[in-house]
Design a protein around this ligand. Structure first.
Ligand code: RB5
Length: 150
């Protein structure tokens, strides 16, 4: 393990389907002293997830933020949007094993979850695992480097 992982600041976005989960996750991170930038949405009124997905992905893609979180109903739409951006490695993790492996092997820089798929307790455990698990680098960095040639 070569890279310390726990981020000091995080950018987060959601759609209406995951608004409540976003609020729960935000307070869990604030309790840990993480500086959270929330780009919305800010209510359960229906909206289009690419709007907030794009903001978070752009800011991770540019390097303005090292890590981000996106949540929608399934997590599928948000991960599709986010992975269109260069240097974004968005991982849809609705289980703990994927959350750990997305950091250890894929150095995932955006965590995506489905607010309609998992409950709050599991989501918080996935979040914690993802925040704390370091990237193993080595042969995994070589594979990530190949992304830029595709
Ligand atoms: C919204 O109804 C839903 O489509 C969205 O939250 C997400 O699941 C899309 O992938």
């Amino acid at each position: 393990m070569t890279e310390s992982s726990a981020p000091k600041r995080i950018i987060i976005g959601c759609d209406h389907a995951a608004y409540r989960l976003k609020e729960t996750i935000k307070s869990a991170m604030a309790d840990q002293g993480i500086d959270v930038t929330d780009v919305g949405t800010h209510s359960e009124t229906s909206m289009d997830y690419p709007e907030t997905g794009k903001i978070v992905a752009e800011k991770v893609s540019s390097g303005e933020f090292e890590r981000g979180i996106l949540i929608c109903g399934t997590g599928l739409g948000m991960s599709m949007v986010a992975n269109k951006f260069p240097h974004v490695r968005a991982a849809l993790c609705n289980d703990l094993f994927s959350a750990a492996m997305s950091r250890r092997h894929n150095n995932a820089n955006i965590l995506v979850m489905g607010g309609r798929v998992i409950g709050d307790i599991l989501a918080l455990e996935i979040l914690q695992t993802w925040l704390e698990t370091p990237f193993e680098a080595g042969r995994h960095q070589r594979r990530l480097d190949m992304f830029d040639t595709i």
